[in-house]
Unconditional design. Structure first.
Length: 342
């Protein structure tokens, strides 16, 4: 099990290949070392639900292995036979295969919501019985997925982008570099993702009526929520429910990925003894708590809806400050670890 599909899958792959520092890494450490912290916020009537909020960047699955000294090929195709051949070849060679699959097409998840960029790991298949064996962070047991369903999941054109049978062919290093150097690079990258996002994340804010990335996105969200009180109750209920779900339930590990970051930073601080990283873990936990409080206020159905939106707006107004403090802590920890690693 895991809180986030990407870091859960990468944790499993690192375990599979026998890689770690003080034993196999936990999911929080894997997320933190990916340098994947980010933020995208969109609101548009063209979306179902009409808002999208994600707290990670687009390139975690590439950046983590490369930062650890590995190589990654990102393979895509519109030919299902070619796409399946990549998975089959990896599995036949004794290597699990990391792929995208739309959650609505994976029968064991039992969801109607479409979301194409869900990481799963294929560890085996049986063409005689027409099934693939899949590991997913959302289930404790290996899942048997009909090959036809897996093919549909891997051919989705749903939001946020077509899956195109996306397969990550990863060559892992024989051993891992010093954790100080890995963590310093990851923290620095996460800070840049938030301060100066140079490319679009998982979702493209230019397609939305309201949208931004990084620190601008959290400010946009806080300002936007202030206007929600003018909306009809039915629209407001959808927005509040969706906001709570994207913060806590949408594979974020809780607190919009900030709780995973806090756990990972605590592990780095333990392994390195770096005080700035210990302070970063506290800043990340505080940020996660503020996001979680915002989500809980949004879904508190026993409260009148207008009172709920006022509480959400009050909580969201605190987010720009805690996010800025988190970015500053990431930058301090990166500098401190770079000094330690010399």
């Amino acid at each position: 099990m895991g809180g986030h599909c990407g870091s859960g899958a990468m944790r499993d792959l690192l375990h599979w290949h026998g890689l770690g520092w003080d034993g196999p890494p936990d999911e929080g450490l894997v997320f933190a070392l990916g340098g994947a912290l980010g933020l995208s916020y969109l609101r548009s009537s063209d979306l179902v639900p009409p808002l999208y909020l994600v707290g990670r960047g687009a390139d975690f699955e590439v950046d983590l292995p490369v930062r650890l000294g590995g190589l990654v090929q990102v393979l895509t195709t519109d030919d299902p036979d070619e796409g399946w051949s990549w998975v089959r070849d990896e599995v036949d060679a004794g290597r699990p295969s990391l792929v995208w699959g739309d959650i609505s097409e994976l029968p064991y998840l039992r969801v109607q919501l479409q979301m194409s960029r869900h990481d799963i790991v294929v560890i085996g298949y049986d063409e005689a019985t027409n099934v693939a064996f899949v590991v997913d962070n959302d289930r404790a047991e290996v899942q048997e997925v009909p090959l036809e369903a897996l093919a549909r999941a891997r051919a989705s054109v749903a939001f946020p982008q077509p899956t195109r049978h996306c397969t990550y062919r990863i060559t892992w290093p024989r051993s891992l570099p010093a954790i100080e150097r890995v963590a310093a690079g990851a923290f620095s990258q996460s800070a840049v993702n938030m301060r100066d996002p140079s490319q679009h994340g998982i979702a493209d804010p230019t397609t939305a009526a309201v949208g931004a990335e990084g620190l601008a996105a959290v400010a946009e969200l806080a300002d936007d929520v202030e206007t929600w009180g003018d909306l009809p109750d039915d629209e407001l209920e959808i927005l509040l429910f969706s906001l709570g779900a994207f913060i806590e339930k949408a594979g974020t590990g809780g607190g919009l990925f900030r709780r995973l970051l806090a756990d990972g930073c605590a592990d780095v601080a333990r392994l390195t003894g770096d005080p700035a990283t210990a302070e970063l873990a506290v800043a990340a936990a505080r940020c996660a708590q503020t996001w979680t409080a915002t989500a809980r206020a949004a879904i508190q159905r026993e409260a009148p809806i207008r009172a709920r939106v006022d509480t959400v707006a009050s909580m969201a107004s605190q987010l720009p400050e805690v996010e800025l403090r988190l970015v500053e802590s990431l930058e301090r920890a990166a500098r401190s670890l770079n000094t330690t690693d010399r």
